[in-house]
Design a protein around this ligand. Structure first.
Ligand code: PLP
Length: 425
C-alpha cells in the first residue's frame, strides 16, 4: 500500500486486532510510569515513549506518520501552526550569527517571521527571486549560510519554484533545501523526489481542508548528510548538553536526527504542540485530500479560464493556463494540477478589487485559503499590509491582486457568482 490515495486514507495507522478503526484522540497531558527509572530513560532519550504532551502525543505522532508517508520522508512532526513549522525547520539548524537564503515569493507571514522576527534573533536572510538565474542564486550564499527556503507554489503570488534548481544550489553550498509544500500538497507534488531535504506545511490549508483546525507539519527526508558538513551543523553533530551529551546524528541516524532535535529541544522549549483534537481533525481531512485536491484543481482551472476571458479582468495568474509564466514549469512539477488558488487583477486597481469582492455571494472575504468553501482576500490591504510597495513587488503581490481560493462548490455557481460581481462594478 504505497499509492498516494491509499496513504491518504490509511497511512501511518494500522490498528491491531480489536483496536479502534479511527485514530484515537489521546486527550491526556501526561503519561503514567511504574518507576522513576523508566521515566528517566525517556528524559535521556534512551527509551522512546510519551511523558508530557508539550513535547509529544500519540495522536499527533500517528497523524505525522501519515504526512511523513505522503511526502516520502523518514520522520515527521506536527506543530501548532504553519508558522511554528517554518520557524522550527529553520531555527533547528540556524542560530544567531547565521544566514539563510529564501525565495522572496513566499507567504507574507513567513516573510515577516524571517525578515523581522528571526532577524531580531540574529539570523540574517537574503531573499532571491523565484526566477533567479543560477548565478544570482549562488551569489546569495555566504560561508555562514545554513539553509535555502522556498515554496512549491508561492502564496499568494502563485509562482512555481524550480525545485531542482534550488536543490542543486543548496547542495553545492552544503546546506539543505527546505520547501513549504502547503499549496501543492503531496498529492500534487512531492518535493523530496525533486531534491528537497525538508518539507513543511501549514496543515491549516488543504490538508485539514475544512477551515477547522490551525496546524503545521515538518517532514525530514533523512537524506541530507549533516555529518559531511559537521562544522556547519554543530547542533546535530556535536553533543547536546541539555540532553546529557547526546549527539543527534549518532544516536538517531540521518533519518531521525533532525526531527528528534526539533522535538527534544524546540518543542520542549517553545511548546508549539498541536492539540491532539486538532491532529484528529487533520487526520480526518487527510483521508479525503486526494479526492478534494482533484476537485479544487478542476474548479480552479474553470474559474481561471473564465476570468482570463473576461474584459473587466486585467490579468490572471494560474499555472494551469497556457501562456502563464509558470505553465511549462508546472507541467514538470505539477502534472496533475496545482491547487485551487487563482490570483488576478480587476481593471481599475485597488478600488475595483474591493468593490468586486463586496458583491461576491458564494465566495466570502476571509484571511484564509484552501478551504472547502470558496473565499477571497485582497492581500495588499490584509496579510501583506505591513509591506512597502517595493517589498510587495518582490513578493509578487501587486496592489490590485485578488486571491481567490476556489472551493468545492459547483463550478457553475462559482462562475455565475463571479460574473454577477463583475457586472455590478
Ligand atoms: C498559511 C501559510 C503558512 C502559515 O501557516 P499557519 O497555519 O497559518 O500558521 C505558511 N506557509 C504557507 C504557504 C501558508 O499558506
Amino acid at each position: 500500500m504505497s499509492r498516494i490515495e491509499t496513504l491518504c486514507v490509511q497511512g501511518g495507522y494500522t490498528p491491531k486486532n480489536g483496536e479502534p478503526r479511527q485514530i484515537p484522540i489521546i486527550q491526556s497531558t501526561t503519561f503514567k510510569y511504574d518507576t522513576s527509572e523508566d521515566m528517566g530513560k525517556l528524559f535521556d532519550l534512551e527509551a522512546s515513549g510519551y511523558f508530557y504532551t508539550r513535547l509529544q502525543n500519540p495522536t499527533n505522532d500517528t497523524v505525522a506518520a501519515r504526512i511523513c508517508a505522503l511526502e516520502g520522508g523518514s520522520a515527521a512532526m506536527l506543530t501548532s501552526s504553519g508558522q511554528a513549522a517554518n520557524f522550527f525547520a529553520v531555527f533547528n539548524i540556524a542560530s544567531a550569527g547565521d544566514h539563510v537564503v529564501a525565495c522572496s515569493a513566499i507567504y507574507g507571514g513567513t516573510y515577516n517571521l524571517f525578515a523581522v522576527t528571526m532577524k531580531r534573533m540574529g539570523i540574517d536572510f537574503t531573499f532571491v527571486s523565484p526566477d533567479c538565474t543560477d548565478e544570482e542564486l549562488n551569489a546569495a550564499f555566504r560561508p555562514n549560510t545554513k539553509a535555502l527556503f522556498g515554496e512549491t507554489i508561492a502564496n499568494p503570488a502563485l509562482c512555481v519554484l524550480d525545485i531542482e534548481q534550488f536543490a542543486k544550489a543548496a547542495h553545492a553550498h552544503g546546506v539543505p533545501l527546505i520547501i513549504d509544500n502547503t499549496f501543492a500538497t503531496p498529492v500534487n507534488c512531492r518535493p523530496i523526489e525533486w531534491g528537497a531535504d525538508i518539507v513543511t506545511h501549514s496543515t491549516t490549508k488543504y490538508m485539514d481542508g475544512h477551515g477547522s483546525a490551525v496546524g503545521g507539519a515538518i517532514v525530514d527526508s533523512g537524506k541530507f548528510d549533516w555529518n559531511r558538513y559537521a562544522d556547519k551543523f554543530p547542533g546535530l553533530t556535536t553533543p547536546d548538553d541539555s540532553y546529557h551529551g547526546i549527539t543527534y546524528t549518532e544516536r538517531f541516524g540521518l533519518e531521525g536526527a533532525f526531527i528528534t532535535k526539533a522535538t527534544a529541544q524546540l518543542m520542549r522549549d517553545f511548546g508549539s504542540i498541536q492539540a491532539p483534537q486538532n491532529a484528529f481533525l487533520l487526520g480526518l481531512g487527510l483521508e479525503s485530500l486526494h479526492v478534494r485536491m482533484k476537485r479544487h484543481c478542476e474548479n480552479g482551472q474553470a474559474v481561471a479560464e473564465f476570468l482570463a476571458g473576461h474584459d473587466k479582468i486585467a490579468w490572471v495568474s494560474y499555472c494551469g493556463l497556457p501562456g502563464d509564466k509558470y505553465y511549462e514549469r508546472a507541467k514538470k512539477y505539477l502534472p496533475n494540477g496545482s491547487c485551487g488558488v487563482v490570483s488576478f487583477g480587476v481593471k481599475g486597481g485597488r478600488k475595483a478589487a474591493e468593490a468586486f469582492m463586496k458583491h461576491l455571494k458564494v465566495a466570502a472575504i476571509e484571511t484564509h485559503v484552501a478551504d472547502a468553501r470558496s473565499c477571497c482576500l485582497h492581500p495588499a490591504s490584509a496579510t501583506h499590509r505591513q509591506m512597502s510597495d517595493e517589498e510587495l513587488l518582490a513578493a509578487g503581490v501587486s496592489p490590485d491582486l485578488v486571491r481567490l481560493s476556489v472551493g468545492l462548490e459547483s463550478k457553475d455557481d462559482l462562475i455565475e457568482d463571479i460574473a454577477q460581481a463583475l457586472a455590478a462594478i
